[in-house]
Design a protein around this ligand. Structure first.
Ligand SMILES: Cc1cc2nc3c(=O)[nH]c(=O)nc-3n(C[C@H](O)[C@H](O)[C@H](O)COP(=O)(O)OP(=O)(O)OC[C@H]3O[C@@H](n4cnc5c(N)ncnc54)[C@H](O)[C@@H]3O)c2cc1C
Length: 436
């Protein structure tokens, strides 16, 4: 109890380990406490690891890290019950290093490797320790209480990298006590094993290439959320997520949604013949920039998902914001120490938020700041448009004797009936205004 560590980090995900490596390199005494059996054992994500922050920290990582495939094709689809409309972006140059910084990964393997790198740099990563409480004295976090055993560990600074639910940060008062049901996305994911050649044949990929497909619309029955399929070396990750609010209202389980998604005619053939080898659920904190928590208080900093650092939009980025914030938290402490400050003081931690604002982390979140509230306020974009758009395109491309001019007239009449021209104009204007 008398011993005081310099920095305690809660959680060995990308945010916590990025901070740990950066601090250990500068000679800080760093202890990472991880509740899982090993780093990554409890971690779930869809599958794209955005590597630009990783390479800043470990420039050789593309040679050494257990990454799966380089994503050379991204596909964005709108589903309705039996239809799909999609846009493909396939770029040959993404086959070359650094692979557009977009690679698939399996967290059980990646996080374990990443934590090993932190240990090599001199940090201690201790698994099977759950932080049950923050110790707070006179408004300052001074350490943590751990289980099993109820041991107390004191530290000059605690970095909470505990992930999406942020129980400890909530208890410390840096954000609302309750999970925000309209801004927490609850997700389900399966990993389906499949031979390498079959994946490459089925998804039209060269050796080592991968594809990332994002699905909107019927995948979550028009609720606020989306689905995905990503290809790994010898498996496929498939999953979806929607807000807790919409899930409760749907009266269905996440598994019901996933089973329907897997049966969709355009999805079924992609996963056919594979065997499910992993099944997991996890949250994404999609608060958006306007609802971010306080990023620090004396003795405590929040990084990654704990701090709500997710760029939902169409980019679906989290890992790079997590690592970016971990690096900036470390930078804040390194500078404070160099300046002779008490590294747990409010003065020392105060620059952290501005550092986030100055980089892609909060610049990107600011750009898409209106998106989460917009989609919650106007659910018809996700509920009505996918069905209409796929129907209008079906009509447009249906081949029979109907003259094309009449086909177009028919679609225009449908648009008038389905949406109304005035409402369509207003909707498009509003969409444009809220997506930037
Ligand atoms: C289904 C799904 C799909 C996603 N897809 C993508 C994607 O394709 N690309 C992308 O970039 N991002 C994606 N994300 C988001 C991404 O996973 C997160 O942004 C990222 O993992 C955040 O990293 P982190 O280190 O902040 O938190 P986490 O990775 O969640 O790590 C938190 C760590 O803290 C540990 N922990 C928690 N509580 C305690 C405690 N009390 N004591 C000790 N240890 C504790 C956990 O075991 C875990 O190891 C997805 C998320 C989900 C759920």
């Amino acid at each position: 109890m008398d011993e005081e560590f310099e920095v305690l980090i809660i959680g060995a995900g990308p945010a916590g380990i990025a901070a740990a490596i950066s601090l250990a390199r500068e000679g800080f005494e760093v202890m990472v406490l991880e509740r899982g059996e090993y780093a990554g054992s409890k971690n779930v994500f869809g599958g794209i690891f955005f590597t630009h922050q990783l390479l800043k920290l470990l420039p050789e990582a593309l040679e050494n890290a257990p990454l799966e495939r380089a994503i050379t094709k991204r596909r964005f689809c709108v589903l309705s019950s039996e239809k799909e409309v999609g846009v493909d972006v396939k770029i040959a140059a993404w086959r070359d290093k650094p692979y557009n910084h977009t690679m698939t990964a399996l967290r059980g393997r990646f996080d374990r490797w990443f934590a090993d790198q932190a240990e090599t740099e001199g940090a201690n990563v201790i698994p099977e320790i759950l932080v049950s409480e923050l110790l707070i004295e006179n408004g300052k976090v001074v350490g943590v209480k751990t289980e099993p055993g109820g041991e107390e560990m004191r530290a000059k600074v605690v970095i909470s990298a505990e992930g999406a639910q942020a129980f400890l940060a909530r208890k410390a008062g840096l954000m609302a006590k309750e999970l925000p049901k309209r801004h927490m996305i609850t997700n389900i994911k399966e990993v389906i094993s499949m031979p390498r050649e079959k994946i490459e044949d089925r998804f039209l990929l060269e050796n080592g290439e991968g594809v990332a497909i994002e699905y909107f619309g019927d995948v979550v029955k028009g609720n606020f959320g989306s689905g995905f399929i990503y290809t790994n070396e010898e498996s496929i990750s498939i999953g979806l997520g929607l807000t807790i609010h919409d899930l409760i209202n749907s009266k269905k389980t996440l598994n019901d949604f996933l089973e329907d998604f897997k049966k969709h005619p355009t999805v079924r053939k992609l996963i056919e013949g594979g065997e499910t080898i992993e099944y997991a659920a996890h949250m994404i904190p999609e608060y958006g920039y306007n609802h971010l928590p306080k990023m620090s208080m004396p003795g405590l900093m929040l990084v990654g998902d704990t701090a709500g650092l997710i760029n939902g939009s169409v980019y679906h980025e989290g890992t790079n914001l997590a690592m970016g914030s971990g690096l900036l938290a470390a930078e804040t402490l390194i500078e404070a120490k160099k300046n002779g400050l008490d590294i747990g003081s409010a003065e020392a931690l105060q620059p952290y938020r501005q550092k986030l604002e100055n980089t892609f982390v909060l610049k990107d979140m600011y750009k898409f700041r209106k998106v989460p509230d917009f989609l919650n306020k106007f659910p018809h974009y996700l509920q009505e448009y996918p069905g209409h758009i796929t129907q209008w395109l079906q009509d447009y491309f249906t081949v029979d004797e109907t003259p094309k001019a009449e086909v177009e007239k028919g679609i225009l009449n449908k648009i008038k009936k389905d949406i109304g021209l005035w409402r369509l104009t207003v909707d498009m204007f509003r969409l444009g205004r809220n997506m930037r």
